[in-house]
Design a protein. Sequence first.
Length: 177
Amino acid sequence: MAVGAAVPGFLCVMNIRRSWALWALGIFAAVATAGGEGAAQQGLDQPLEVQVTQTGFAGETGRAWTVQPDGSWAIRDIGPGASPGPVATGRLTEAQLGQLHASLDRNDFRTLPSETGAAAVPVNPHRVTISLGGRKVVVTTPPGEDPLATVGAARGSWTPEGRVAAIVHDVRRLTAQ
């Protein structure tokens, strides 16, 4: 009888050990995927472009940041008199591409409205535009305001403007501009 009572206790200890081993294996697999090849493969599948512009009597002027799926990036000026080539170029590392992908996911880019901000700006509006994979998101701010400051003030809030600001901030940070 004493032996029979010890066996179920022994089996219970074995089940607990097996559960802990499976839990630890699951944690190890999650950490390995998050920091290993899985993270390196999470990047862009299409080019990402961010534009900050103002429309005025001279047309549309501003700056654009483009990041290609391979990590190469270019910054160019927009508007009449802008040089035809990029003003800066570089390449993001795999880790930086992962950070950019994470920013798009964290800010839920795919669910942002296509247009937001000042509803009726009669003349000279500022625009912050993010384009990725056929999807375009435009935030319009009134003239005379710095669009990055206006949109940036909302950064960290879960408004469309705040989410756009967070993505723009990350693109600018990752391209060191």
